[in-house]
Design a protein. Structure first.
Length: 318
């Protein structure tokens, strides 16, 4: 399947929103972004699932293990080592038993979601069966949440993550046709959809927290609405803002280090840079910029010297 440039741009937008959402002191924006940004990544992953390419389980599992699980282990080690170096008195036993304290959880959940979905898909790939599986997975996730069952390593979120992944695959044809050739419509629809979510958050104070398996029924609607809105905006950027298009497309295609390490750098900046900058807005702009540049540099270095740690089996032309 040929990669959809607009979806990669949308992933790049999602990465930037993720970084903003992880920063402290921005509560309304944080809640707005959390309504859709991680579900959106799962939906896009399901969108890119190629059933014709992957016909056997073992080759698929092997590739996903290299692409997701090895980076998960690598970034977990880096994060725990950093925590220990910053404060040697910190006991990291709890992190080892319960899971690392940063967004790296998503890589493990995505890996397990892909494995589960592949298994379900090979049993029966009819749309009605996939829809039933989605409803069952959502029910399991809601039961875990309502009964306060919080499994280590954010495993409680895996059923919901798998459901969003399956939704992405089920809506593949719709998502590919969602974009308009009329760029006024794209910017208008994108703005309207995202504005609806922001108003919803202001009125309800709702907060989706996918890592903790905390999502209301309305959270599935805002996740879809946010995904649709970002796709429309990405198509507008694709045709109207070429320089930003190139940057976001690159970030979207190299998202693993951003997902795995962004909170680590955000925390380090809060610890070492924040005390020296008095202006809140100036500091937040610097925090976003430095985090993106640092993650991008790590991706380029890793891609050149040890691509395996970022989920690539060989050097990829950047």
């Amino acid at each position: 399947m040929k990669r959809d440039k607009s979806i990669d741009i949308a992933k790049g937008i999602g990465i930037c929103l993720m970084i903003i959402g992880h920063m402290t002191g921005m509560i309304p924006i944080h809640k707005f972004i959390y309504q859709f940004h991680m579900p959106m990544f799962l939906i896009f992953s399901g969108y890119f699932f190629n059933s014709q390419k992957w016909t056997n389980f073992l080759p698929f599992a092997k590739v996903r293990f290299k692409q997701l699980f090895i980076p998960y282990i690598t970034f977990t080690f880096i994060i725990l080592l950093s925590i220990k170096l910053i404060d040697p008195s910190t006991d990291i036993t709890g992190y080892i038993l319960q899971g690392p304290p940063h967004a790296v959880w998503f890589l493990l959940s995505l890996f397990l979601s892909e494995i589960i979905f592949f298994t379900l898909y090979k049993i029966n790939n009819k749309q009605i069966y996939i829809l039933i599986c989605i409803l069952v997975l959502i029910t399991i996730g809601q039961l875990l949440y309502l009964n306060n069952i919080d499994l280590p390593y954010s495993l409680s979120a895996v059923p919901i993550c798998t459901a969003f992944y399956a939704i992405g695959h089920l809506l593949k044809e719709y998502l590919s046709k969602l974009k308009s050739t009329n760029q006024v419509k794209n910017i208008s629809y994108g703005t309207i959809y995202l504005s609806i979510i922001y108003v919803y958050v202001l009125i309800t104070n709702d907060h989706t927290e996918l890592a903790g398996n905390k999502i209301q029924i309305t959270g599935y609607l805002t996740a879809l609405l946010g995904t649709f809105g970002i796709i429309h905006l990405s198509e507008f950027i694709n045709y109207k803002i070429p320089y930003i298009r190139s940057i976001l497309n690159w970030i979207g295609r190299n998202s693993i280090p951003f997902i795995g390490l962004n909170i680590l750098f955000i925390d380090l900046l809060d610890l070492y840079l924040r005390p020296h900058i008095s202006g809140f807005i100036i500091y937040k702009c610097l925090q976003i910029l430095i985090t993106i540049i640092t993650c991008a540099c790590i991706n380029m270095i890793a891609n050149k010297y040890f691509p395996q740690i970022i989920g690539k089996s060989r050097k990829v032309k950047l």
